[in-house]
Design a protein around this ligand. Sequence first.
Ligand code: CIZ
Length: 427
Amino acid sequence: MTSVNNTIAQLTLTPVGDTADSGVCTSDLVKSPWDLDTGLPSYGPGSSMDDVAPEDTPQQGVIPEKYRTADDAELDERIRAAQETLGERLVVLGHFYQRDEVVQYADFIGDSFQLANQALNREEAEYIVFCGVHFMAETADILSKDAQKVILPNLAAGCSMADMADESSVEECWEQLEEIYGTEADSEGRVPVIPVTYMNSSAALKAFVGRNGGIVCTSSNATTVLEWAFERGQRVLFFPDQHLGRNTAKALGIDLEQMPLWSPAKPLGGNTPEALQNAKVLLWHGFCSVHRRFNTGQIDKARAEYPGVNVIVHPECPMEVVDAADSAGSTDFIQKAVAAATEPTTFAIGTEINMVNRLADQYPQHTIFCLDPVICPCSTMYRIHPGYIAWVLEELVAGRVVNQISVPATDAANARVALERMLAAKP
Ligand code: CIZ
């Protein structure tokens, strides 16, 4: 069986497809992220390069030249030596979407749910170096013990989807919803609205849902979390990812007409009071720039070229893509689906390219390729580079903590409530 292994070798890539962004996507970031880390707020080359980054997006300062000019072998030596010196005092966590050059140093690789559990349970580690993006490091800080320090190797590793819902817009939305629905529970004790935030959101928003009776979800437990919410509320405000919200609610049998989109810049989110009265799930106008690139044309093409292909996509993809796929699920679901195939199978996968390429390498008996022929990586995940890892680790060896992610105590306490509800709601 051939392994169709997509690479990120192209430097200038023109997106295709009706839902793709209009700009040009480049993978220059792969080589030298520090060239981008001194400029204006932006997500850098990659899938979210056309998204507007908030003014206060964390920026990464310049790191010493020795890390910027070192070759792969030298960085490898430095990182491994520092890991050896720090021993049990250090744990390195890596997200599935990180590239291989990074995850090779991880003590544990997983999705945000699994990584949150690691942060909760690695009590022996003084330092948690998080190879992922900002909201994941915040979650690790919230769940870990006070004495533990969480470090994000590059502060510019954010998430454009998480930035699409900010605290003040959500508070404003909440006030409008309270005016429409009131605050009284119905005869079954269900409150008018339960806020549900996707893990891909700031700690401030996790705190918001914590203090308003809500809960966090990830793509691996969104169904369980929505069921939890409907036991306690008449409807749900779901942010920031409209697609995960819509796909999950639709699978639970909720009518599309009862899922209005909430556009934060418009009064009542752009809805009529009647539409809001009828609503079961209010979907925030947010999306993942990697996953919205997938379209049904790509699925048709895969089916035409590879009869019998098994198409698996992530639920952050648009609804019509999820509907046209054979199955949809989180990164953990995708990984398990490939691992479970006993016969050589062709898989067309709709999620971030690093994970697809890793699966293709791990399972050479299968043909595995990314549905999107234009390799447009997650720009923020790419901000983590071995050069930054070497820098933060050698600073730790020298007794200095750089790039610590520390959530203010009040937010941390409220966010923890929402996260613990999620961990407890696990099926
Ligand atoms: O939850 C995560 O880690 C993300 C971003 C996706 C997934 O499906 O695991």
